[in-house]
Design a protein around this ligand. Sequence first.
Ligand code: NAP
Length: 290
Amino acid sequence: MNIDGYTRTCGLIGNPVEHTLSPLIHNTLAEKLSHNLVYVPFHVEEGQVLSALQGAYALHLLGLNVTVPYKSQVMEGLLRIDELAEKIGAVNTLVRVEGGFKGYNTDMPGLYRAMSSEGIQIEGQEMILLGAGGAARAVAFLCASRNAARVYLLNRSLKKAQAVAGEVNEKTGKDVIIPMALSDYQRLPEQKFLAIQATSVGLYPDTAHAVIEDEAFYRKIHTGYDLIYKPSNTRFMQLVQKQGGKAYHGLKMLLYQGIIAYELWNNLSVSEEMASEVYEALKEKMGIYS
Ligand code: NAP
């Protein structure tokens, strides 16, 4: 990497940022595409996110990613917000424009591109969505806007499931998200589903559990997509596979949310060949050799 007076800077703001894989995605892309660009993580303390934005603009940063806990909070400091991100209520990518930053959400299109690359379709599918947190909310928008047939949204807190379902159905003008308490999973219809696991249960270091342990539940799943990528074979994935279903982890979603951000900052398209090369680097870093 040759840093000189022309080097453009992008970065990540969040707290914590120490374990992020995003520098690997963006610095690999910059290197392979011979762009004079560097990507660095910035640890931003609580209460400092708006000052961080002003500083980033003053320092002529090209763009930023935003992670936990600032994906919603950062929105009040933006000049403009993309329509999709506005609907989702969360922003994970900021693009420098004249006078400030414009906010986007690349998590949702990232998941869509990741699923498409595995040949998984949302259109017309009967689905289960586990969770009603920030990620699940974006996934619910994705499913409704991509015309899933029906999505049973199961969450530990029924109130949160109802709130997310109500909001997504209203904003997309569709009546496809059906809220349920997690404990009511036995009431799901007897059929096969595409299931997306969007809770934090099973995330490293607490890897021994899945949000539902009952094998009967997993007999209803033909494909299980876990947003978690650490570990790369979660307990949820193991339970899906044990009942004959196909299972995927969330590393490709991470890859594509990063690639879409890089495309926005540099106004270009990243080829699938290049995406595969970056994915190999990510897998190597994670110790995934399959
Ligand atoms: P979040 O907003 O904190 O939501 C956490 C969700 O997990 C809530 O639905 C919560 O239910 C549920 N939950 C937590 N502990 C539980 C337990 N013991 N039993 C049952 N449910 C439990 O988190 P998030 O930002 O949505 O992230 C969710 C997951 O997605 C994380 O594991 C994250 O790593 C992953 N993710 C991956 C990517 C990617 O690029 N691959 C991107 C974003 C997120 P309650 O509402 O009842 O508390």
